[in-house]
Design a binder for this molecule. Sequence first.
Ligand SMILES: [Zn+2]
Length: 119
Amino acid sequence: MHPIEQLLYFSSVLLHVIIASNPILAIYQLNFAGFGAVVGHIGFDKIEIGEAAGFDSHAYAHYLHHKYFEVNYADGLVPLDKLFGTWHDGTAEGEARMNGRYEKRQARVNAVRAGGPTL
Ligand SMILES: [Zn+2]
């Protein structure tokens, strides 16, 4: 995580300064923010507990972000990736859209290197 992103991410606890609340809630929120990122980076969409129990981690979209880097910048709560065309859901269609964007960008870079129009 970029240091500025980290500062903004953890500054959400300052909400407890504006809205007076129990310090335990602020400590809980800091712990949730800090350790919640662990679950988001394990790369498994479901965590199984025993034979029949488990819970969804919803980490697969973020796993794809780290795998390809240029997809799934947001966590899906706000559909910015769908708006900007960077959403990848792990399907072959998502893969094709990502490769199409990469090929377009590579063609622009090659055109600039060949002395064509600037980006
Ligand atoms: Zn991450």
